[in-house]
Ligand binder design. Structure first.
Ligand code: ADP
Ligand code: MG
Length: 394
């Protein structure tokens, strides 16, 4: 794929600043704004960072967006949304660091919808206006759900592009033209190289779970994709952690950006999670796992679900077999499963027909949200340590 020479091209102008703060927000005193940020552990950096949108009805969102919010039953914006929206809607580049489950998806999807509705319509053959890159298929699909929940009423179409599934249907959506593409990097590059779609109209770029994408080795692909997008685009990057690789990516592509951190900037344990570390011999693990499952089974919360992360595919299969022998309703997931099998497994787990899921880390990201009560890291290996850090340190 050739890297366009942006300097020599005359680019169609576009608008990315749509934020018009209402007086209620503008008139808030620095003291009040400070109090809100302190209360919600919002740390900001950047010049002239706008005041947070503390309530939904302060945001001047279009009616159809307000309707979707009330359909979802959300009471107030989460801190990352409150501080993220005014920045995103002003067309500024943004880095948002907040732990999993803090509402980052909506923090970039609502501004995306506003952005899209202020651009020329997408015609057949046009590429998307908004591109969201995510590390795994499961995450991409979760994002797609939010894009549909909030975009459908606004006639903002979306499609989800990921590897391991047939290309035909994905290609058809791309060719027809969609406003939002949510993609894992590899498959998107396939389509870009074939010319199935292009990023010439892309003016709103989101890198979601940037830390995780880099952990998974997607950096070259991400860079390749970004270089296909006009440099005056708006870029929003989201991450649960802020390692130096993520910072470097931001510095390379976001220019002058604003940054939001939710929670402590230092590594500090998440006190909502009780962590138990058991140092033992390999051969003791199986017994210990059975005892643990027994304890969980006998505990007060009957609907609870457990995810067990294991290092290798073969071990996933073995452990699942063992657990089942003891009568536990366990299913498993790893990189060798077909899409159909993965879907089946996820459905069984989501619906509670199986309460135990055994998985490798390849299949892991995004799944931890499904573990309603218990998460077991069966193996102490470096690739799990990154994941562990996500949970306990953000
Ligand atoms: P993150 O990307 O930060 O991990 P998500 O965007 O996946 O978080 O959101 C986590 C959960 O919070 C989702 O179930 C979502 O529906 C819910 N959520 C998002 N925004 C709000 C809100 N303003 N109020 C209540 N719940 C919300
Ligand atoms: Mg997310």
């Amino acid at each position: 794929m050739r890297r366009p020479n942006w300097d020599s091209m005359s680019l169609q102008p576009f608008n990315k600043d749509f934020y018009n703060p209402p007086p209620a927000i503008l008139n808030r005193s620095p003291y009040e704004v400070e109090a809100y940020r302190n209360k919600h552990e919002i740390t900001i950096s950047g010049v002239d960072v706008p005041h947070p949108i503390e309530k939904f009805d302060e945001a001047n969102f279009p009616d159809y967006v307000m309707q979707s919010i009330s359909n979802m039953g959300y009471k107030d914006p989460t801190p990352i949304q409150a501080q993220g929206w005014p920045i995103a809607m002003s067309g500024k580049n943004l880095v948002g660091i907040a732990q999993t489950g803090s509402g980052k998806t909506l923090a970039y999807i609502l501004p995306a919808i506003v952005h899209i509705n202020n651009q020329q319509p997408v015609r057949r053959g046009d590429g998307p206006i908004a591109l969201v890159l995510a590390p795994t298929r499961e995450l991409a699909q979760q994002i797609q759900q939010v894009a549909s929940d909030f975009g459908n009423a606004a006639y903002v179409r979306n499609t989800c592009i990921f590897g391991g599934a047939p290309k035909r249907e994905q290609a058809r959506d791309l060719e027809r033209g969609v406003e939002i593409v949510i993609a894992t990097p590899g498959r998107l590059i396939d389509f870009l190289e074939k010319g199935t779609t292009n990023l010439q109209r892309c003016t709103y770029l989101v890198l979601d779970e940037a830390d995780r994408m880099l952990d998974m080795g997607f950096e070259p692909q991400i860079r390749k994709i970004i270089e296909q997008i006009r440099p005056d685009r708006q870029t929003l990057m989201w991450s649960a952690t802020w390692p130096k690789e993520v910072k470097k990516l931001a510095e390379d592509y976001l220019g002058d950006y604003m940054q939001i951190n939710i929670g402590s900037m230092q590594l500090s344990a998440n006190h909502n999670i009780l962590q138990i570390i058991d140092v033992c011999q390999e051969h003791e693990k199986e017994n210990k796992l059975n005892t643990l499952l027994q304890e969980i089974g006998e505990s007060q919360d009957p609907g609870s679900k457990t995810i067990i992360f294991v290092e290798t595919k073969r071990k996933v299969e073995n452990i699942t077999r063992n657990i089942r022998r003891y009568g536990w309703p366990a299913v498993c997931m790893h990189g060798d499963k077909t899409q159909q099998e993965r879907d089946d497994v996820l459905n069984q787990f989501k619906q509670g027909r199986a309460t135990i899921l055994v998985a490798t880390d390849v299949a892991a990201r995004g799944l931890e949200a499904l573990a309603e009560s218990y998460c077991v890291l069966f193996d102490y290996c470096p690739k799990f340590m990154g994941m562990l850090l996500h949970w306990i340190c953000t």
